[in-house]
Write a protein that binds this ligand. Structure first.
Ligand code: AMP
Ligand code: ZN
Length: 115
């Protein structure tokens, strides 16, 4: 855990969020700044700086995260209509929290290309 990392503090339950899912490896919670009717963040409990810091040792974790995202899409009623999974990596992509997270966005038509 990184003391200064916002999402590590959410994992440690030091900051209140609206939880969508939790298990030994991951936590999911509503994004505080909802960009769509469904906007959930899925994060590993272990601090990983971002997608660019993933290694082969994380392959199972990433596969698990996608299973969780897909289950949340079903649970939140966007699996049939469509949804987007986004991870921003680095400054130019707009990553604002340096702890790996996947945005699950759905519930409206999502424009492409993204900004
Ligand atoms: P990104 O900009 O891709 O790094 O995504 C970080 C996301 O974290 C943004 O969408 C923020 O709205 C969200 N966020 C920041 N602080 C909180 C918080 N305390 N609870 C829930 N989501 C947060
Ligand atoms: Zn962290």
């Amino acid at each position: 855990m990184s003391e200064s990392c916002l999402f590590c503090r959410i994992v440690a339950k030091e900051i209140p969020v609206t939880y969508a899912y939790e298990d030994e490896q991951v936590v999911a919670f509503d994004d505080i700044n909802q960009q769509a009717p469904i906007h959930i963040l899925v994060i590993p409990k272990r601090h990983i700086r971002g997608a660019g810091a993933l290694t082969a040792q994380d392959n199972d974790l990433v596969g698990h995260i996608f299973q969780v995202v897909n289950q949340l899409a079903v649970k939140n009623g966007v699996a049939a209509t469509g949804y987007r999974i986004v991870t921003n990596n680095g400054d130019a992509a707009g990553q604002s929290v340096d702890h790996l997270h996947f945005h699950l966005l759905g519930g409206r038509d999502l424009g492409w290309p993204p900004g």
